[in-house]
Design a protein around this ligand. Structure first.
Ligand SMILES: NC(=O)C1=CN([C@@H]2O[C@H](COP(=O)(O)OP(=O)(O)OC[C@H]3O[C@@H](n4cnc5c(N)ncnc54)[C@H](OP(=O)(O)O)[C@@H]3O)[C@@H](O)[C@H]2O)C=CC1
Ligand SMILES: CC[C@](O)(C(C)=O)C(=O)O
Ligand SMILES: [Mg+2]
Ligand SMILES: [Mg+2]
Length: 336
């Protein structure tokens, strides 16, 4: 069985003895910067002049400097800007300051796995990748809990890269939940697959399609929303707590019989083949090339598809229904 690292396996004083730069203050950046600070780490946030994240970080009492200044001051540089922006930030602000013995950290491995960033051999290159959205990484930390994380070491120039990554993971709450060691290759490919085929792409398409089938057959949109979206969270909560078995224990026999007989008809061999194709596009670098080119072109296709998603009827009915449930529309974070 894979080794899982918990709080007792990581030494907080390792990261507390370093100067850390967090580049970016979005979903992950705000969570890392605030939790590092609350764990006693000397942290500064690197953001360009004019960045709309600057006031948020400053309001939270963090010292904000430019990415160049942050990389010059710090000896651990964590890049938490968008994946598509990282290669330019690296070239302009980090590379000139990446002297021997420093550590370059990532929250996701895309830029290293696909060689968009090639650090020099005399620095540590490591990853601390929480397996959850940044706003929940912060919320769990504040609540005394944690989101599981992956750590990986691509280069160990100092001999201390793993201890440093585990220490960093402890400072953001990861070792409270469990940290697994992996590689940049495995993290990048599984993370992209998970978000495309299951967690974001697969789940969103499943919900929208179920809603469409019911409403096109004449059923009430509000009923369809509760059935296909709202209740999904309650079902997934049971899976999160006790696996698919606990969900099946809790639902009726009728639901469980429908689940085991009809589920495989929805997610059938054709869907599995398509998932394999998606995985091979990730592994070959085809997806990364497509995404970088789309970003370089100003994201025309992405913007169109985002708009289509926002215009889907499930969003309108959902907004109305959630408006009646004050506890559902909780701000995703108190801080960013
Ligand atoms: N979202 C998540 O929960 C997860 C993300 N990750 C990884 O974490 C990394 C960050 O993603 P995410 O948190 O979603 O990013 P976001 O899009 O939420 O945030 C991006 C942040 O970077 C800032 N930024 C944009 N351009 C620059 C620049 N040139 N220099 C410095 N800062 C800049 C933005 O500032 P501004 O406000 O000015 O735009 C913003 O503060 C990615 O590698 C991602 O794959 C990993 C696990 C989960
Ligand atoms: C599931 C999406 C994710 O991989 C994440 C929150 O872990 C991301 O890139 O945002
Ligand atoms: Mg992920
Ligand atoms: Mg991801």
């Amino acid at each position: 069985m894979t080794e899982v690292y918990y709080d007792d396996d990581a030494d907080l004083s390792v990261i507390a003895g370093r100067k850390v730069a967090v580049i970016g203050y979005g979903s992950q950046g705000h969570a890392h910067a605030l939790s590092l600070r609350d764990s006693g780490v000397d942290v500064r946030v690197g953001l360009p002049e004019g960045s709309k994240s600057r006031p948020k970080a400053a309001e939270q009492g963090l010292r904000v400097v430019t990415p160049f200044e942050a990389a010059a001051e710090a000896d651990v540089i964590m890049i938490l800007a968008p994946d598509t922006a990282q290669r330019k930030i690296y070239a302009e602000s980090i590379e000139p300051n990446l002297t021997a013995g420093k550590a370059l950290f990532f929250g996701h491995g895309l830029n290293i796995r696909f060689e968009l960033i090639k650090p020099p051999a005399d620095v540590d290159v490591a990853m601390v990748a929480p397996k959850g959205p940044g706003h929940l990484v912060r919320r769990q930390y504040v609540d005394g809990k944690g989101v599981p994380a992956l750590v990986a070491v691509e280069q160990d120039a100092t001999g201390g890269a793993l201890a440093l990554a585990l220490s960093y993971a402890k400072a953001i709450g990861g070792t409270r939940a469990g940290v697994i060691r992996t590689t940049f290759k495995e993290e990048t490919e599984t993370d992209l697959f998970g978000e495309q085929a299951v967690l974001c792409g697969g789940a969103a398409a499943l919900v929208q399609t179920g809603f469409e089938v019911l409403t096109e057959a004449g059923y009430t949109p509000e009923v369809a929303y509760f059935e296909c979206l709202h209740e999904l969270k309650l079902i997934v909560d049971l899976m999160y707590e006790g696996g698919i078995a606990r969900m099946r224990y809790s639902v009726s026999d009728t639901a469980e019989y429908g689940d085991v007989t009809r589920g495989p008809r929805v997610i059938d061999a054709r869907v599995k083949d398509e998932m394999r194709k998606i995985l091979s596009e990730i592994q070959s670098g085809e997806f990364a090339r497509e995404w970088i080119a789309e970003d370089d072109a100003g994201r025309p296709n992405f913007t169109k598809l985002q708009q289509q998603g926002e215009d889907h009827p499930i969003e309108q009915v959902g907004r109305q229904l959630r408006g009646m449930m004050s506890w559902v529309d909780r701000p995703i974070t108190e801080t960013a």
